[in-house]
Design a protein around this ligand. Structure first.
Ligand code: CP
Length: 309
């Protein structure tokens, strides 16, 4: 298998996605297989992260590889004026794979253009977060038993939320109905509405987070209003608390409903939901370990199932 970068979920075919999901399932049963012995992976985080960085690092550690990297760019030569290009070229001298989060949209694509080693985009601005999408798909598959014939309701910051953009693109390979719940300021961007239109995807938009919508949903995907993406903080203050899920709103929901959230949450899911068996966001984050193990191996050209036949 050849090495490859994963910058956008849009570059993965339905077959790619399905085989990554099978491999994630395999890793869930074999999380400590030492198949990265001798490999070194860099995690370069120019933006804050808890889950993505730590689960990528755990994924590598459990597979027997080694990690270098940083979570505070101020402690690197970036603070002396070193360019992203030079940073990527330097790190490429030392490692087999780069996992990078950056605040600029397009930064991961740019990184692939200045290095010969594979790059995984761990989030670039409001653009893409493909490893989050893979763990979201894995979570949907695990909880629903399928990816077809489900209704997904996305709530909150649909404008800046890179996770909802990536998830919508990935689920376009399957028969999924979408409900987009957001205020006017944070509506799903026009390009993604046009995408639904051209792909013949069944969708509707609402500003009202009603129990009728919740009751007609299989996957309720809550998102945080992202303060860091707003130019006008007064606008953030106006919209930040418009949609909060409370346990009392789930009384008429389907038995198979699962509540997902990429996390971190702020106010959009009240803590009284946490003990509801339909709350799945903490297990969802755990699934990230297995989805990321699959992606790391894919990018390094390793088929885990072949290694252990
Ligand atoms: N979901 C997610 O990307 O979380 P972190 O920002 O903590 O990595």
């Amino acid at each position: 298998m050849k090495t490859q970068s994963i910058v956008s979920i849009a570059t993965l075919s339905k077959q790619d996605i399905l085989s990554l999901l099978r491999e994630a399932e395999w890793f869930e049963n074999h999380p400590n297989s030492k198949i990265l012995d001798g490999k070194v992976v860099a995690t370069l985080f120019f933006e804050p992260s808890t889950r993505t960085r730590l689960s990528f690092e755990t994924a590598v550690n459990r597979l027997g590889g080694r990690i270098i990297g940083f979570s505070d760019p101020a402690a690197t030569s970036t603070s002396k004026g070193e360019t992203l290009k030079d940073t990527i070229k330097m790190v490429s001298n030392y490692v087999d794979l780069i996992v990078m989060r950056h605040y600029l949209e397009g930064a991961a694509q740019y990184a692939t253009e200045v290095t010969d080693i594979p790059v995984i985009n761990a989030g670039d601005g409001a653009h893409q977060h493909p490893s989050q999408t893979m763990l979201d798909l894995y979570s949907i598959y695990k909880t629903q038993g399928r990816l077809d014939d489900i209704t997904v309701t996305m709530v909150g910051d649909l404008k800046y939320g890179r996770t909802v953009h990536s998830l919508l693109q990935a689920l376009s390979h399957f028969r999924v109905k979408f409900r987009f719940v957001a205020c006017d300021e944070l509506r799903m961007p026009r390009e993604f509405i046009d995408f639904c239109e051209t792909q013949g995807i069944d969708y509707c938009e609402s500003t009202d987070f009603s129990e009728d919508i919740i009751n007609d949903t299989d996957i309720l995907y809550m998102t945080r209003v992202q303060r860091e993406r707003f130019v006008d903080l007064a606008e953030y203050e106006r919209v930040k608390d418009l949609y909060t899920l409370h346990n009392a709103m789930l009384g008429g929901s389907r038995e198979n409903l699962r509540i997902l959230h990429p996390l971190p949450r702020v106010n959009e899911i009240n803590v009284d939901v946490d003990d509801n068996p339909k709350a799945y966001y903490f297990q969802q984050a755990r699934n990230g370990l297995f989805a990321r193990q699959a992606m790391i191996c894919r990018c390094l050209g390793i088929n885990p199932m072949n290694q252990f036949k």
